[in-house]
Design a protein around this ligand. Structure first.
Ligand code: ADP
Ligand code: MG
Length: 464
């Protein structure tokens, strides 16, 4: 599988991880290394990665269009808002008339590869993390395997630097050199270092003024002067959210006020409230309907995107699955291992599986079920992987999840994006029976993608 002695190199790999800053923080502000693999993922056939790269512009266009369709968002999300206070709160922040200003969608589209084809797990337009971490594990692997070139080729990726470059472009479109990019973070952030890494890249590599604060601080200290948002002595050009995706992030009214200030100013909000609503799993489910998807994308593009969707339904909805049409709830009760129940939440550890899912489904009223999605459980092929987790070596059967970073950038009032591209990839590898996918939470390890067949073949070049 590999040309190096993995066990013998674990200590060295840990040192390299430290050198590169592949780290998260404990709640007590102690650095700990992120879980990472010692050997890159070598799935053999990399056609899926080319396919995902090819889908990136279509997904970019799709989500830009959905987020611009206020009526669609209101119509689709109102039923869930009746029973889910967080959805209602976000919907209540959606401006009646969107302000004309630059827009940047910064996203990560997550897939699992089943029978060689990519299947979408979910898309993240809010606080899409691990760009810098993916870049670092990639460098770590390329260093460890530097003399294995004839045997494997690790596909380079640098989503951290690509994200910093595109954030700089959004800042430039604001048009005021003194205005800052504001990193919005929770006070107890554990994935702090990669956000600092991005901030350093912006400030030092691109000369962009940056500052960091919590949502509450912006809500309390931010002031609108006309359409400019002022905070701590300077205008805000960009509010970049690394918080604000969970109800617990809005325990104080000041956090909602921060959202309102950004929406009502000409500062670029990444994401805007509309982007965040478009990103909801409830919308992902609706886009699974061909007639809904085709309102936003043209025929051929829609078909390619559609082919990547897994089966999704509200629990009380009828759905076609493995040749049968039945209520999703009944299908899931018959085969709990074949489904996952998702509430309208982000940030990991909210989904329900197996017995927990069954118990939740049994207690779920038809009315409340509009805020939940049942999704077919994806089973990618397993492979042997060696991970370093909390300093210990683990060799186990694993599965991989492949994330495709992307960005869509519009100038103020423009309908055609200036930029709509993939920014690189993320591989997360986890125990094949682990259900969640978080890296900082310890479920998955960051990984890279390698080709066993030597030099890159034509067609995969867009990943480099
Ligand atoms: P969140 O937005 O909270 O990250 P996700 O829907 O992405 O929620 O689910 C978290 C993780 O759970 C994913 O990264 C993936 O590892 C796993 N997961 C989610 N949906 C599925 C699915 N349909 N099949 C298999 N695993 C899934
Ligand atoms: Mg998510």
């Amino acid at each position: 599988m590999t040309c190096i002695d993995l066990q013998g190199r674990a200590r060295e790999a840990l040192d390299i991880a430290t050198a590169l800053g592949l780290a998260a923080s404990t709640p007590e502000r102690q650095p700990v290394h992120l879980p990472f693999t010692l050997a890159p993922w070598q799935p053999g056939d990399l056609a899926f990665a080319t396919e995902i790269s090819g889908l990136a512009p279509a997904f970019g266009r799709l989500y830009a269009a959905v987020s611009a369709d206020r009526d669609f968002l209101l119509r689709e999300l109102r039923p869930a808002a009746e029973v889910d206070g967080f959805v209602a709160g976000m919907l209540g922040c959606l401006p009646e008339v969107p302000r004309e200003k630059p827009r940047l969608l910064l996203l990560r589209n997550d897939f699992m590869v089943v029978e060689g084809r990519p299947r979408q797990v979910e898309i993240n337009l809010m606080a899409a993390a691990l760009g810098p971490a993916s870049e670092k594990v990639n460098r770590l692997h390329r260093y460890l395997y530097r003399e294995c070139g004839g045997e494997i080729r690790i596909l380079p990726t640098s989503p951290g630097s690509a994200q910093a470059a595109v954030l700089t472009e959004a800042w430039r479109l604001y048009g005021d050199e003194s205005a800052r990019v504001l990193f919005l973070q929770p006070a107890d952030e554990t994935n702090l270092f990669e956000q600092l890494d991005l901030a350093v890249r912006l400030a030092v590599d691109h000369g962009v003024p940056v500052a960091r604060c919590t949502l509450e601080e912006l809500g309390e200290e931010g002031r609108l002067a006309g359409d400019e948002l002022w905070f701590r002595g300077r205008p805000v050009a960009v509010g970049y959210f690394r918080t604000g995706y969970a109800p617990s992030h809005y325990s104080r009214q000041a956090a909602w006020e921060a959202r309102r200030l950004l929406e009502h100013s000409r500062a670029v909000s990444i994401p805007s409230v509309a982007d965040q609503l478009a990103n909801m799993k409830l919308v992902q489910h609706r886009l699974g309907r061909p007639e809904v998807l085709r309102r936003f994308l043209s025929g051929e593009e829609a078909s390619r995107v559609e082919a990547s969707f897994a089966v999704m339904a509200h629990p009380w909805e009828e759905v076609k699955w493995r040749g049968r049409t039945a209520r999703a709830l009944d299908l899931a009760l018959e085969c709990p291992e074949c489904w996952v129940l998702k509430p309208q939440r982000e940030g990991g550890r909210n989904n329900l599986y197996g017995e927990e899912m069954v118990a939740a489904l049994r207690g779920l009223s038809r009315e409340r079920s509009t805020a939940f999605i049942l999704m077919e459980y994806l089973r990618p092929p397993t492979f042997r992987s060696v991970r370093l987790v909390a300093g210990g070596v683990r060799e186990e059967e694993c599965v991989a999840e492949y994330g495709s970073f992307g960005a869509v950038l519009f100038g103020a009032g423009e309908g055609t994006p200036r930029f709509n591209q993939e920014l690189g990839y993320l591989v997360r590898t986890k125990h094949h029976r682990a259900r969640e996918g978080g890296v900082v939470s310890g479920y998955s390890a960051v990984d890279s993608l390698a080709d066993r067949r030597g030099p890159l073949e034509k067609g995969t070049g867009s990943l480099v």
